[in-house]
Design a protein. Sequence first.
Length: 297
Amino acid sequence: MFKSVVPVLSQVPAELCLGQQNRGMATLKAISIRLKSVKNIQKITQSMKMVSAAKYSRAERDLKQARPYGVGAQQFYEKAEVAPKEEDSKKLYIAITSDRGLCGAVHTGVARYIRGELATDPNIKVICVGDKSRAILSRLYGNNIEMVANEIGRLPPTFLDAAKLCNAILNLGYEYTDGKIIYNKFKSVVSYQVADIPIFSLKSVESAEKLPVYDSLDSEVIQSYLEFSLASLLFYTMKEGACSEQSSRMTAMDNASKNAGEMIDKLTLTFNRTRQAVITRELIEIISGASALESKD
């Protein structure tokens, strides 16, 4: 019996048989590992979506309360028609982002806007609020970054945070004439837009044409108001950016969960087909061996 098996198996190289089985087993193992990994990723994205949804609800409520700060602070510049002098303009841009990612193109949109401005005017100085904007802008425009504010985005922004940031900007030593706060303006759950709010220095405000409309305004009063208005605008834009970030992260994690579900379905189908192919191949080998033995007998 055993003597008749040896010639039959010798007709097929042993390395080929073992190689086919090993390839089949390795493929099944690789697919199984990949399937398990994608399922774990789906659990993470679903959890992040739920967390972002809760944070978004709070951020939207806080934004409604913070909007009067931003709207009221902008009215003075519009009514007084404040404008910088073109001959000695020194611009300062403040990028409102955060330290956290996985939220779509929220941070890249702000950085792309500033990159476009820096391409036309390389003398613009930038303050990065959040590490994401610094990481993007430092690749090409590292010399333009004057200051970076970290630890942004972990907790909801407060007016105290905006006041500390305002104090750091005023004590930076860079005397700017005008500038912009670049931020993401929240529109809906699935929509936001990169916007900007102008900021001005004391000299630019004092040279405004319609400033005499406001009575009893001296340099000290204007300076105090500019400090408070800058803190108010920073607080408002940080709230707008936080709400846009949470809504974008919620949408991004929802899309990631759906994509993971599609990958799980495809990998499950591939795994079943591969397993069936391995089983079929093994059955064919057994039947072929049995047939060969019968023919020898």
